[in-house]
Design a protein around this ligand. Structure first.
Ligand code: FE
Ligand code: FE
Length: 165
């Protein structure tokens, strides 16, 4: 068993995990946008789908900076989060609670991403990859903004709409 694995190995492994996760998210977001009842939620999902294309591209750049080919490694966690989101979408289709459920699912995705990018950015810094750290931080900021926007939509409309009907 290799006893010489170090932070750069960890960094590469987690990068592959995120590369997989972002590409799954890219496929899931249009379904969520189509499913959303409210204009606001739909727009938020569409906007984040566009941002997610940028997240995939930034990861490709980071792989390049490492001199490695962009590779994806199945992320069971993201598959699970997305599966649960699809279950909610099926179970609550046509109900007033749908958007509250969609937003909750999307926030679980964002929180996973925030955890991962927070780590990846710090590892890049320690590894002396300042350019990579900057790219990862840009994505992290967009994930945080998206999470905050979703909280706002939940508070201002989706949760009340889900309850009132
Ligand atoms: Fe992302
Ligand atoms: Fe995201």
């Amino acid at each position: 068993m290799a006893s010489n694995k170090t932070l750069d190995d960890l960094f590469y492994e987690e990068l592959k995990d995120m590369y997989y996760a972002e590409r799954q998210i890219l496929k899931a977001l249009p379904k969520m946008a189509r499913g959303a009842e409210s204009e606001e939620a739909r727009k938020a999902f569409e906007k984040h789908r566009e941002q997610t294309e940028g997240h995939v591209e930034r990861l490709q750049k980071v792989f390049e900076m490492m001199g490695k080919r962009a590779r994806a490694k199945t992320c069971e966690a993201m598959d699970g989060i997305i599966d649960e989101g699809e279950e909610i979408m099926d179970a609550f289709k046509g109900t007033p609670a749908l958007d509250a459920g969609l937003i909750a699912s999307a926030q679980a995705v964002e929180h996973y991403e925030i955890a991962r990018y927070g780590t990846l950015k710090r590892w890049a810094q320690v590894l002396g990859m300042q350019e990579a750290a900057k790219l990862l931080d840009q994505t992290l900021s967009e994930e945080i903004e998206t999470d905050q926007l979703l909280t706002k939509i939940a508070d201002q409309s989706a949760n009340r709409h889900a309850q009132a009907a």
